[in-house]
Ligand binder design. Structure first.
Ligand SMILES: [Zn+2]
Length: 418
């Protein structure tokens, strides 16, 4: 049976067995040297495919071009990215992938650890995959579909496009990144070397999803300056900063907190209360909202809250400052090249599938790249339940994700040829 697997699955099964776990406590680049083991292999395989410019840089990033026919327009250059590292949340050492043929919709107990049971009750997406050939780990590690699925899909895309010169396509730059799971995926990415005008990360969970939005992000700093005197003689004089700041924090709306919001709901999240004493106290809060209006109303709410406490405690001084951290990546996409989204839809339409636009409640490499001037939506790679021993993908999802990406490349080819 195994030798009848699609080539993309074959690649996937090989790549997940290479341990590339990143490490947030490490200061080196890459955070773990072992990420370069996969990087070296990818470079070798790309060169074997005839991609002469494939190379790994000193940090472990892999860059490569997929050769195009002579008459291909020079721009736009389409960048495609996947990250090589796996999450620090679960071990990625000695991954033993298992294929469960023709899934029947029931629970699956993984043989390496009987306590790891894939269960459609807690993992309802499983029920959309009855009849699929499920791929899991043996239960002792994560699977590493996040993002070896993206890596395998891009490698197979390179091989398949080289064997299919019939379709017009854009110039393509591949980039395999390091340390995405610890938030450093773009830190040492060389934008010149990458050379892309537009890009996609192949790092989204599920099928038929494109992630095009992140939060607008603002940080607020509240500083309370009190009046300090000896506590024994403080009556009618002291204004205690710790008490006043605690009262401000306690009066924040509890329903607009990260622990009570999801999907498109924003929040206000007090996340530090530092270097504080009765004389001076300070807290930072992060504000998140997908819309600009929502963000503005959170800011004006905090301003009026602070004003209320200024009136209540006239002897103290209370300041609030706001600093923009990042903007919803959607605004950069709209500014730079909204075709990254419209062509993603057109590719889905051409295959007769529905593409669902989703939001990301956190930062991503694509958001950073979008901000740096390369609009980068995130495309699905078929996997589910990332960062855990319950992670899975399917033979069919990997094949369909690859197929979708080809359609997307051809859409861009038609777009720039017309
Ligand atoms: Zn990922």
């Amino acid at each position: 049976m195994e030798n009848h697997l699609p080539a993309v699955v074959d690649r996937f099964l090989r790549y997940v067995q290479i341990d590339t776990q990143s490490d947030p406590s490490s200061d080196s680049v890459p955070s773990t040297e072992k990420q370069k083991n996969l990087a070296h292999l990818l470079v070798q395989e790309l060169i074997a495919l005839g991609i002469q410019d494939a190379m790994m840089d000193e940090y472990g990033y892999v860059y490569a071009s997929i050769p195009t026919p002579e008459d291909t327009p020079a721009t736009p250059v389409l960048g495609l990215l996947a990250h090589m590292d796996t999450s620090p949340d679960e071990s990625g050492k000695d991954v033993h992938p298992i294929i469960h043929r023709n899934y029947d919709g029931k629970k699956i107990t993984l043989p390496g650890d009987p306590s790891v049971v894939l269960d459609p009750v807690t993992q309802p997406a499983l029920l959309d995959h009855i009849g699929h050939d499920l791929i899991t780990s043996d239960g002792t590690t994560l699977l590493g579909s996040d993002d070896k699925a993206g890596v395998a899909i891009l490698m197979q895309l390179a091989e398949d496009l080289l064997q299919d010169p019939g379709h017009s396509r854009p110039q393509i730059r591949l980039c395999f990144t390091i340390d995405e799971e610890i938030g450093r995926g773009v830190d040492h990415l060389d934008l010149k070397k990458f050379g892309a005008d537009i890009a996609y990360t192949i790092d989204g969970s599920g099928m038929g999803t494109v992630f095009t939005e992140t939060f607008n992000a603002v940080q607020a700093t509240v500083t309370v300056q009190g009046v300090m005197v000896h506590p024994g003689y403080a009556k009618g004089v002291m204004a205690n900063s710790v008490r006043i700041l605690s009262e401000i924090i306690a009066s924040l709306p509890t329903h607009e907190a990260p622990e009570h919001t999801d999907e498109r709901e924003g929040y206000i999240h007090p996340h530090t209360f530092s270097r504080s004493n009765a004389s001076k106290a300070q807290s930072t809060l992060i504000l998140r909202d997908f819309t600009q209006e929502g963000m503005e109303s959170k800011i004006s709410y905090l301003r009026s809250l602070v004003q209320f406490f200024r009136v209540k405690y006239p002897k103290s001084s209370i300041e609030i400052d706001f600093k923009e951290q990042y903007r919803n990546m959607r605004s950069y996409i709209e500014e730079k090249d909204p075709r990254t989204v419209t062509l993603a839809h057109r590719a889905a339409d051409s295959m007769g599938i529905q593409l669902e636009e989703r939001v990301i409640r956190g930062g991503t490499d694509g958001a950073r790249l979008s901000e740096l001037g390369i609009p980068t939506p995130n495309i699905f790679n078929g996997g589910h339940d990332y960062h855990s021993k319950f992670e899975w993908n399917t033979v069919q999802n990997l094949s369909s994700s690859l197929d979708y990406l080809k359609h997307l490349v051809y859409q861009w080819g038609d777009e720039i040829a017309s």
